[in-house]
Design a protein around this ligand. Structure first.
Ligand code: PLP
Length: 394
């Protein structure tokens, strides 16, 4: 069947919740994807920050396949070795103390919200606690995650949201302080906003939030679902700034292709929040995703992935800065490591479509921003290859 026929079929059976680009991918190797007609594409999206290790990594694939033949699922009423090993491995790289595995990012956010509410409930017995989140944030599509997502158009049709969510401005500490009160149980933000347009939190902002949270025993929740797992050149973006959240959410590159997320917390929160019966999941923490996570973290260390991000990320930054300086319609360049964005003064869909036709996969963040989220194993040569085509599309 041709690609156009397949796309027609897809549009007749799938719920139309995405305006998809007209391509059907079939396989991948390294940092390249192949569509069903055999055309090759250089990938600067990595499945929205998922495939950090690139495609068809043999060691990763073998680990996942090996687990398929042993056992895929037991139940959280029993223990399994891959989940225990994965928990230890994530604890080691993050310095967080306790973990709960989920199947997605949105579920990790749900868990973080419940953790914060329960922590506050145990202190004062009240059930009207407030959470401060940020404008332009993105935390996922389930009702709780949507409620803390700072883009009104995502929320509007689905009201009422869960209650008592307040929105502050990213990097404006006064806007946060104005909302803090006795009912505040958490301040939640992405260390680097992804979908909202690649807006990194400043070191000063993070430190001031940390101070407010320490002073008032409020939980600082950092969403590292997109910016975590090496993406910014540190295993977790907050590690660059010498602060530590009380609760952190993970997903996307945590499993590098298998659907998994997690929320983690420090010991204090672990001892004073969710207990048996408070939270659960059927699939979360299954042996398959556990085996994948263990291998991912092993390969990150063995292949010096964060070092590569720092080196190639700096190179990409320099090159995109040059492009920004040479084009009047580019109004900003932001980002950290291999999570960067170019903001235009017009919609970018045309540029993305042109690049796709020429064999480079890019994605937007909002209508006017092109987001660069390549696999974390790309090289400077790949950056050059991407830029040559990208420049043609401008
Ligand atoms: C993708 C994303 C989510 C939601 O994750 P899903 O797995 O799609 O539910 C939440 N927060 C951030 C920062 C994300 O980038």
């Amino acid at each position: 069947m041709s690609m156009t026929d397949l796309i027609d079929e897809a549009e007749s059976v799938l719920l139309h919740t995405y305006n998809r680009y007209p391509v059907v991918f079939e396989s991948g190797e390294g940092v390249y994807l192949k569509d069903i007609e055999g055309k090759k594409y250089l990938d600067f999206v990595s499945g929205i920050g998922v495939f950090a290790l690139g495609y068809a990594n043999q060691e990763y694939n073998d680990a996942v396949k090996g687990q398929v033949d042993k056992i895929l699922h037991t139940s959280n009423y029993y223990y399994n070795v891959p989940a225990i090993e994965a928990a230890k491995a994530v604890k080691k790289v993050s310095g967080m103390d306790r973990i709960f595995f989920t199947n997605s990012g949105a579920e990790a956010i749900e868990g973080a919200i419940k953790t914060a509410r329960k922590y506050a409930y145990l202190k004062d017995g009240q059930t009207d606690h407030e959470i401060i989140a940020m404008e332009h944030s993105f935390h996922g599509r389930t009702m709780g995650a949507l409620s803390v997502t700072g883009t009104p158009k995502y929320r509007e049709a689905f009201g009422p949201m869960i209650g008592n969510i307040r929105f502050a401005q990213m990097n404006d500490i006064e806007s946060v302080k104005a909302l803090v009160n006795k009912k505040t149980c958490a301040i939640m933000l992405e260390t680097v906003q992804g979908e909202g347009g690649i807006h990194p939190a400043t070191e000063e902002f993070l430190k001031e939030i940390r101070a407010i949270c320490d002073e008032q025993d409020i939980l600082m929740i950092l969403d590292e679902i997109q910016c975590g797992m090496g993406r910014t050149g540190f295993m977790f973006a907050w590690q660059r700034y010498g602060i530590k959240p009380d609760v952190m959410t993970l997903a996307k590159a945590l499993g590098c292709g298998v659907p998994v997320g997690a929320f983690m917390m420090n010991q204090k929160v672990g001892e004073h929040s969710l207990v048996a019966g408070d939270h659960g999941t059927t699939y979360g923490g299954n042996p398959l995703t556990g085996a994948a996570i263990c291998k991912v973290l092993e390969l990150f260390e063995k292949n010096h992935v964060t070092e590569n991000v720092n080196e190639v990320g700096a190179y990409l930054y320099e090159k995109l800065d040059e492009i920004e300086a040479s084009k009047e319609d580019i109004i900003d360049h932001r980002g950290v490591g291999l999570m960067q964005g170019l903001e235009f003064n017009h919609p970018v869909a045309d540029i993305i479509n042109k690049a796709l036709a020429q064999g480079v996969v890019l994605i937007n963040a909002g209508t006017n921003i092109i987001r660069f989220l390549p696999p974390l194993v790309i090289t400077k040569q790949h950056v050059d290859e991407m830029l040559e085509i990208f420049k043609n599309c401008l």
